[in-house]
Design a protein around this ligand. Sequence first.
Ligand code: FAD
Length: 401
Amino acid sequence: MASETLHHKIVVVGGGTAGISVAARLRRAGETDVAVVEPSDTHYYQPLWTLVGGGRAPIRASARPEASVMPKGVAWIKAHAEGFDPENNSLTLATGAAVEYDYLVVCPGIQLDWNKIPGANEAVNGPFASSNYSYDLAPKTWRLIRPLRRGTAVFTMPAGPIKCAGAPQKIAYLACDYWRQQGVLGDLRVVLVLPTPGMFGVKVFSDVLETVAARYGIEVHKSSEVVEVDGESRRAVIVNHADESREEVTYDLMHFVPPQSAPDWVKASPLADKASPFGYVEIDKNTMRHVRYPNVFSLGDCGSSPNSKTGAAVRKQAPVVASNLRAVMRGEQPAPKYDGYASCPLTTSRHHLLLAEFDYSMEPRPTIPLINTKKEVYDRNMFKRYALPAMYWNMMLKGTA
Ligand code: FAD
């Protein structure tokens, strides 16, 4: 296919949560020439990986064949995109082929920068550390949590935007609840390293999480980061950015979350926000349209809009992108309809949930009747384990929710 040039009216790069949701909506709206560039055979529902790491769900429940979620009538270009040429309405594939478009939607997700923290990659592939941020590693998190009876457990979160900013602490609470039930929590030192001065960006939820961490006796290191790991000696170096102090902790278990940024090939492209070290696709935060290329849109983890990077945010962005793209096709202006909505179902125990919903105002934005979203609720985690995945596979990916 090296010298081949394809052409489609609308090309969507990435067939993950965002790409499939948008492609399905465009097909439902009657668009007949939509292509999705997606290299993977498998589609992942990543929010389940937190429950997998906490021993609450099997990993296989998070994966389905990509072919089963690809909307009917969409052309699937099974390849890696590797460069954009927006001046010529074209992109290149790793195969060497080019794909020309009239309209482009960019959503290839986020890159996990394992190598930014020296030693982290080796550590998570060694015997004492893991990460729910990878399909291959999430089951190992539970294999490490289950037998631990004494010693030190470290849970990390990096600085900068990451997907699901609540996930680094959700797994700490699931683990602590399990150790409490086993009667060993008192024999463990549990350290949670957060880059932020508070537990969460929205004060009401942050206040609840303070009480959750205190309940489990978790030692929270705020404004701090793990900057170096030695998997062999099980040492993690924690720097506190508020007072520049350094501390070395020897761990018996570490759950590590890597720093994240736009994929390198997106960062290097003309679509990237060059003023930001993270290099996301530079879009208007309300219309989701590119600020320099009017026939280009982006959403999901790869977009520069300053919302919390979650599938819940994608659910609200996808209809905005689909309708604004079609407005632009008709020669109209895109409407500023996305308000930054995101939600994060914070598992505070194996049976409790704090459903944090908020928008750009960073104030609570509850949407679900009958649930007090400012308090932990008891639901045996049925909502996160069964209701949300069912909504995802059966409605969101089909463009109906
Ligand atoms: P993705 O879904 O990651 O899709 C990106 C797609 O692009 C993939 O299919 C990939 O194969 C493809 N791709 C990659 N490179 C290329 C390329 N070169 N060319 C073409 N295609 C490419 N969200 C919530 O709402 N609630 C939660 O509770 C929650 N918990 C989470 C817990 C964990 C541990 C993790 C990791 C994530 C969690 N999320 C949660 C976040 C959510 O999964 C993401 O925000 C969401 O998947 C973003 O969608 P996306 O389409 O932008 O990226």
